[in-house]
Design a protein around this ligand. Structure first.
Ligand code: HEM
Length: 367
């Protein structure tokens, strides 16, 4: 629907959804400007207010000086060198996942990518192990709530959900520690709950979607799979980037203007939500040749392109970007060496906060 609006009415479209005023902005230079101006002209939109009780106190909901302080604290922990030092832990989790596969079985690949993403997050972020099915169930509940909070036109969500059993997950993360993770120091803080919740959630569903869609696209383009097997990580990274272009895990980013904000000759009125969709912009022929086609090669010698923003931008750009790229690339290249996944039919889309397939059944074959 949003895409149809953007195509019909242009790069700045004003919408009224219920009682709320929203502007859908789809031109890369204007999007870059808004990301750059986040502080002090914008704040995060709907999520912080409606979803407070799960993420309150963490970096995702922080604003202003609190956000800046947390950003400085956590950026250090997510440095390129720190991520590189985690490669063995990532590889161990992938290896364990691979050892559970059987030639000829049928799996729900999207569900399985959740198990793998959670296992990697537990080991890398917290240096711990976690019971995957129960962590997955918790993540599903939280994501279902999220989808309703974060989508500006979503329904009202009750403030307390009895199925939200986060405490046992914390307890396990704490008890099963076996190594030093990127965020292990959080366990020493008196009130680490919001941070642990924030990072578990932010780092799970997104990478799961990126890898699921990568496998889906490869299954429909087997030649890309063969190339990935032959060339390893450099090509796997191109596959991942291309999958995130066509199916950006976070397909809509929203910011609320805290003052009247000039934009390309107009004024965004204070209180208005500005929506920016990587899904719309990254499938626009003006910025990507053959925009609807899956062409991983386009990333081989790519220059930075403001029309590509799966990780957002500016002061609130994804802090886990390097981790996500390393993790996703390793998942694709390591597993492609052992397995082929043939996805059945077309994935059935459920566009909430993320572009989520309801399921992704796949037949597993040994290479
Ligand atoms: C493919 C994987 C991922 C994608 C596509 C993605 C996407 C995004 C996007 C678009 C934002 C900006 C949201 C906004 O401006 O409103 C964001 C923020 C964030 N992401 Fe990611 N993310 C991914 C993986 C991760 C991982 C692995 C982690 C951590 C372990 C992570 C942690 C965060 C955090 C903490 C923020 C908030 C940063 C801030 O507000 O300063 N993300 N992510």
């Amino acid at each position: 629907v949003f895409r149809a609006f953007a195509r019909k009415y242009g790069d700045i479209v004003s919408l009224r959804i219920g009682s709320r005023e929203m502007w859908l902005v789809s031109r890369p230079d204007l999007i870059a400007q808004i990301f750059r101006d986040h502080h002090p002209h914008f704040e995060k939109d709907w999520g912080p207010r409606r979803g407070h009780y799960v993420l309150d106190g963490g970096i995702v909901t922080a604003e202003g000086a609190d956000h800046r302080a947390q950003r400085t604290q956590f950026s250090r922990l997510f440095s390129r060198a720190a991520i590189a030092a985690q490669r063995d832990a990532i590889a161990d989790a992938i290896e364990d996942w691979s050892n559970r596969r059987r030639d000829g079985e049928t799996i729900d690949l999207h569900r399985e990518m959740s198990f793998l993403g959670i296992d990697i997050a537990a080991r890398v972020l917290f240096g711990s192990r976690i019971d995957l099915p129960s962590a997955h169930d918790m993540a599903e509940v939280v994501m279902a709530l999220f989808r309703r909070w974060m989508v500006p036109f979503g329904r009202h969500v009750p403030r307390r959900n009895p199925r939200l059993q986060v405490a046992p997950i914390f307890e396990q993360l704490h008890r099963n520690r076996y190594r030093e993770g990127l965020l292990s120091s959080l366990f020493d803080l008196p009130d680490s709950g919001p941070h642990i919740r924030t990072f578990l959630m932010a780092g799970q569903e997104t990478i799961r979607l990126a890898t699921s869609w990568s496998w889906f696209l490869i299954s429909k383009h087997p030649e890309a799979g063969e190339r990935m097997r032959a060339e390893g990580e450099p090509y796997a990274e191109c596959v991942l980037e291309e999958a995130m272009r066509l199916y950006p895990p976070q397909w809509m980013v929203g910011k609320r203007a805290v003052d009247d904000y000039p934009l390309d000759g107009y004024v965004v009125p204070r209180g208005t939500t500005v929506l920016m969709s990587p899904y719309i912009v990254q499938r626009d022929e003006r910025w990507f040749a053959d925009a609807e086609r899956f062409v991983p090669e386009r990333w081989q010698h790519a220059e930075p392109n403001p029309a590509y923003f799966p990780f957002g931008g500016g002061a609130r750009r994804c802090i886990g970007e390097t981790f996500a790229l390393v993790e996703g690339t390793m998942i694709l290249s390591m597993l492609a060496k052992k397995w082929r996944f043939a996805c059945e039919g077309n994935a059935d889309l459920d566009a909430g906060l993320t572009l989520t397939p309801r399921s992704m059944m796949a037949r597993v074959a040994a290479v």
